[in-house]
Design a protein around this ligand. Sequence first.
Ligand code: URA
Length: 448
Amino acid sequence: MIPYQVIRAKRDGEELDEQIISAFISAYVDGEIPDYQMSAFLMSVYFKGMTAAETVALTKSYIVSGETMNFRDFDFPTSDKHSTGGVGDKISLVLAPLVASCGVGVPMISGRGLGHTGGTLDKLESIPNFSTNLTSQMCEDMLKKNKLFIAAQTGTMVPADKKIYALRDVTATVESIPLIVASIMSKKLAEGTGSLVLDVKFGNGAFMKNVEDARTLSKAMVDVGNLYGVPTVALLTNMNQPLGEYVGNSLEVRESIEYLRGDIRPQDLNEITMALGSVMLVLSGIANNISDGKKILEQKLESGKALEKFREFIIAQGGEPDVVDNVNILPASPIAREVFAPLDGYISGFDTLGIGMLGVEMGAGRTRIDDIIDPRVGFRFLAKTGDYVRKGEPVAIVFGSDIDQTINSVQKIAESIKYSAEPVEKPKNIEFIIKEKIESFDWNAKIE
Ligand code: URA
């Protein structure tokens, strides 16, 4: 394999075979191909794209660059979920114990906040003493014992993506479907799950702003998962407003516990969680169809089994389990200020990206890799798109750590909420389902 020839072939739009791709990536990881040649290759992929076969080959070459886990031959099914990221997206926190309580193993390697979006690991770490740094052996033991772990990628998993992602970041080659697909899917497939459901978000709080882009990305990811032999389904879900009520690390853990306890079940959080969970149960052979899946999940919520699974999971990962009974143990902000509706009318939308960025500014996320998260800060939204509110009624609460910053944030949150005098339709939470393996979806979404 001569790097120059590989770059030229891709530059000229030729299809590369699996061995060439594999040799090129492993030579780069081993330091035999310099950054300037990999940069030229990435830019060629950016402009010329890749076929499904090439994208699978690229994904495989990332996977084999490091340590992998494999839970596919366990005596129970395994299934995982990946979200492309949003604001207030705490679905993993409720979905993982809920699905695990149904007898499906959930091996979840998760991430930290990225840009304006929150990260599951950061949220979980607001539980006192909770650890997300697990070895592969610990992951395996926890999966066998509790059917669940949520952990950070180990240092030796998918090193090719780590090295190439850093290069893409500085060579304007992030926004390429095959490169995004290989990056995301390699990390998910390396964790050894038996099946996978993708929550691909679109809207003003997502990385994909419109449904079409989200659909293209979803199809490519579903193809790669299925061609790799892991049944994969994608749901395209709405991220034009914060998901659920709370945004912020500790606040989202609180909301997740309240959800599992049945204290509050925001409609969007509930609908998307039920949909993703039902797909996981169908893919795992636990439910025959989506309606059955929903019934099983509801029964686990009502019986308290999902909440108990969450408690077991916290204990296993070293956290303080009493948070399940007393959410006041979670870190709480010293300051709370309400945001009031400026007029009588309907909420017509949110600047979701702005809300996410404001959270980062207040300390809920990072602007530099070594920033320390403030788990306490964030927001609660008391009304959502389509709701009617009266002038002077509280529509949100800002939770801050500094009085001046909190007052400033109240103003910014007020500006991020849009109003209309005319009634506004509530947004559809799930737009499309992209599936290969399942024939029995029966909810009201267009099937690809
Ligand atoms: N997230 C990833 O892990 N990789 C990408 O390329 C984009 C988003």
